[in-house]
Design a protein around this ligand. Structure first.
Ligand code: CP
Length: 305
């Protein structure tokens, strides 16, 4: 029985296998329609979500399984004071696998000790979001044909952006990756990622405040939202929220085969005019998330594929 709390809970080989399964699901969806018949996924979302929760639920349904859960902790007995550990123990009596999002860093990890069923971290505070990274990797693989030999520009809120932390952890394990870290100083990548992951693995990187200066060098541009919900002070959020807005004119110096990504939701970071650019891949990322979550559910439930 396995949990996926951190993207590093999966080896590179396992991630590559998940990418292959997801691509097979895309090509042959009918093969998978009953793979999880009679299985139940619980989605426990203590924090808002559109993509992650609904894609997990769609993933389980497309595998022939069923879904239970809540999208608002206030509609669960948490509102009466039940602890997360008790909630998890209870839900483990009903479900075969649990996807859990929580505003507190480490909550899914703590929960994983309280149940006999696999727990998937669907985002914990400003820490990690491993299944978004699986969606990101499939998008990169499908758009570029590889997940190595790439210069990856990460732009925006690198401090609280949990998708960035998980993506850096994953991509650091592939050959010849370079990172360009584009953020205001206040939203720079935390040391537990910069020093403990990028520097420890001797991965080349540069830090800059200028998206325009970085644009011409990068193969993947990963835009992120400034994470309003993680700020202690609204004035700081208002000052920083529009630090980067990607508009068509800023793409003039970009590579012709640039891949523009964003985990979504976007607020103001990408002008909607960019949506028509063939390099804009953020809605493809959404769909890829469902396929990778299907592959992950199959793996954790040890279903033969
Ligand atoms: N990318 C992502 O996690 O989106 P949601 O918050 O809508 O799940």
């Amino acid at each position: 029985m396995r949990h996926v709390i951190d993207i590093l809970d999966l080896s590179t080989k396992e991630i590559d296998e998940l990418l292959c399964v997801a691509e097979d699901i895309i090509e042959n969806p009918e093969k998978y329609r009953e793979k999880c018949k009679y299985k139940k996924l619980a989605t426990l979302f203590f924090e808002p979500s559109t993509r992650t929760r609904l894609s997990f639920e769609a993933a389980m349904m497309e595998l022939g399984g069923n879904v239970i859960g809540f999208s608002d902790a206030n509609s669960s007995s948490s509102a009466k004071g039940e602890s997360v550990s008790d909630t998890i123990r209870v839900v483990g009596c009903y479900a075969d696998i649990i996807a859990m999002r929580h505003p507190k860093e480490g909550a899914p990890y703590a929960a994983s000790f309280k149940t006999e069923v696999p727990i998937i971290n669907a985002g914990d505070g400003g820490h990690n979001h491993p299944t978004q990274t699986l969606a990101d990797l499939l998008t990169i693989k499908r758009e570029k044909g590889r997940v190595d030999n790439l210069t990856v520009g990460l732009c925006g809120d690198l401090k609280f952006g949990r998708t960035v932390h998980s993506l850096i952890n994953a991509m650091s394990r592939y050959e010849n990756i370079k990172f360009v870290l584009i953020s205001p100083e206040e939203l720079a990548l935390p040391d537990y990622v910069k020093k403990d992951v990028i520097e420890k693995n001797n991965i080349p990187y540069v830090e800059t405040r200028s998206l325009e200066e970085a644009m011409g060098d990068i193969d993947i541009l990963y835009m992120t939202r400034v994470q309003k919900e993680r700020f202690f002070n609204e004035a700081d959020y208002i000052r920083l929220k529009d630090s980067y807005i990607l508009t068509p004119d800023k793409l003039e110096t970009a590579k012709a085969d640039l891949v523009i990504m964003h985990p979504l939701p976007r607020v103001n970071e990408i002008d909607t005019k960019v949506d028509d650019d063939p390099r804009a891949c953020y809605f493809k990322q959404v769909l890829n998330g469902k396929y990778m979550r299907m592959a992950l559910i199959l793996k954790l439930l040890e279903v033969e594929v």
